[in-house]
Write a protein of this length. Structure first.
Length: 493
């Protein structure tokens, strides 16, 4: 049996073999007598600086495209694995011509901007900061740089929020800051805006500020659809804990903030009266009508069987509903109430696994959640290795299909293997998180003396609704009392 002080910070180099081995690069694990917090280089500042440094390295990785790959050669941007939507959509979505998103029709096949409103505003603000004189190539380069600068701020916000969400585990933020897939995909698209707002929303929830959390989740949903999924885990967790007032505040905050952003663009008025604006609805109709695409399990099945899977929308929706039902049962039957970060990771991973498309930057949605749900370097790096392989695989596949008869790159069979690696890596991390929920003594966060540091009002609160054996806590369940010490079972991984 072991005892841990509740206010003692967790030192990953003492608890994690991979972290301890990696620390040898900077002098070895931190000592017992180290004066933590005595330096100006606090964990938050160190992790923010590391995140900015890694982001900058990701920008350097895009240099072959910045210097010509985006503009010359059919497959150069794929061969160098440095593709980005940002420069291409500057002209392709009317920003170069001063068109107003959602209001002005676009030339070409896409009549309106196919992004949520807050992301569209982000893109528009970046275009205001981009000089509109000179060659279009120069404008697109500057537009990418402006967006990269704004997204770098988002990256720092994400790292800081993750670092502060678990107060006794600040160094878990390094998982985000050093994640290779984070650096490689950060400037492909505008996903970091939604990820930053989501991370801030989770931080507010951990500080027992449900209304502020809901407002941020609503804003994040106005930038990308996936953050609304977090209201599902909060529902079942608050149900089990009876924390209905906190959940209600979060929902109200989310709905109001989403409406504040969307209503000015959503509702149009003319001689015929009020109606939904076609430009605002484009994101939702595009998502619904979009066929199966890169990275999804549906594309893998379609390519292997030759079946176009025209009902992929139905299949994906059914799997998502069944998966959410399974997560709800897991929450109610688990011996201890799952941590908020664990369920948040699982529901977003479920959405990614069942979705019709998996763009490489979607990994950004999961990285902060994974760092909070399973802060274990070995498991995190296994998953990241699979994601990096997929990142390289999709660009080499596009190089293969875009090279005409030359077929230089990764053939379909190789790309299918890359998709399988992505799916298996994500499923592996999901399996480990589910195991931690069923066997709380295997959860590295709870093993160090915490209950649910990301849970806010849920942290250490008693259950009011449980099912099955959760009525009678088994021997390996964690028991939290008013005392300052927590007694644990065997500490093993």
């Amino acid at each position: 049996m072991t005892s841990l002080r509740q206010d003692e910070p967790v030192r990953p180099t003492k608890r994690d073999e991979v972290a301890a081995a990696g620390s040898e690069l900077i002098g070895g694990p931190i000592g017992r007598r180290a004066l933590l917090g005595a330096s100006r280089l606090t964990p938050v500042r160190v992790i923010a600086l590391v995140a900015i440094g890694m982001f900058a390295l990701g920008m350097v990785q895009k240099l072959p495209c910045y210097n010509g790959g985006w503009f010359f050669g059919a497959t150069s941007q794929y061969v160098h694995a440095c593709y980005s939507d940002i420069p291409h959509l500057y002209a392709g979505r009317g920003f170069a011509d001063g068109l107003i998103p959602y209001f002005d029709k676009l030339p070409g096949d896409m009549e309106y901007l196919e992004y949520p409103v807050l992301t569209g505003l982000f893109m528009e603000v970046a275009s205001w900061l981009t000089p509109h004189g000179g060659a279009i190539q120069d404008q697109e380069q500057i537009y990418w740089l402006v967006n990269a600068g704004l997204l770098m701020v988002c990256a720092a916000v994400i790292a800081v929020c993750v670092t502060r969400t678990h107060p006794r585990r600040p160094w878990d933020g390094l998982l985000v800051a050093l994640a290779p897939a984070f650096a490689l995909t950060a400037t492909i698209n505008w996903d970091l805006l939604a990820v930053a707002l989501t991370a801030a929303g989770m931080l507010m929830w951990s500080r027992s500020r449900p209304l502020a959390s809901g407002v941020l989740i609503g804003l994040a949903t106005a930038a990308k659809l996936y953050p609304v999924l977090l209201l599902g885990p909060l529902l079942v967790l608050c149900w089990r804990a009876g924390a209905w007032r906190a959940y209600g505040r979060a929902v109200v905050g989310a709905v109001v903030s989403w409406l504040v952003v969307n209503l000015p663009v959503m509702i149009a008025h003319d001689a015929s009266g009020f109606h939904l604006r076609e430009g605002w609805a484009k994101f939702y109709t595009f998502s619904q009508e979009r066929p199966i695409d890169f990275g999804s399990i549906w594309l893998l099945i379609s390519q292997r069987t030759g079946n176009p899977l025209e009902n992929a929308n139905l299949y994906a929706s059914l799997l998502m509903i069944l998966g959410c039902g399974a997560l709800a049962l897991l929450t109610f039957y688990a011996p201890r109430r799952p941590r908020f970060a664990q369920l948040a990771f699982l529901v977003v991973a479920l959405f990614i696994l069942t979705n019709k498309v998996y763009s490489p930057q979607y990994v950004l949605w999961l990285i902060p959640l994974a760092a909070l749900a399973r802060p274990r370097w070995r498991d995190f790096l296994i998953w990241q290795a699979c994601e990096v392989m997929y990142f390289l695989g999709i660009w080499m596949y596009l190089a293969y299909t875009g090279n005409g008869d030359k077929h230089q790159g990764l053939p379909p069979e190789g790309y299918q293997l890359a998709i399988a690696l992505h799916l298996l890596g994500t499923l592996y991390l999901c399996a480990v998180v589910v195991r931690d929920i069923l066997l709380p003594e295997r959860d590295v966060v709870r093993r160090d003396g915490d209950d649910d540091p990301s849970g806010g009002v849920l942290d250490r609160s008693p259950d009011v609704f449980v099912l099955g054996r959760a009525h009678h806590a088994p021997r390996h369940a964690v028991h939290f009392e008013a005392a300052s010490r927590v007694r644990w079972g065997v500490a093993r991984d």
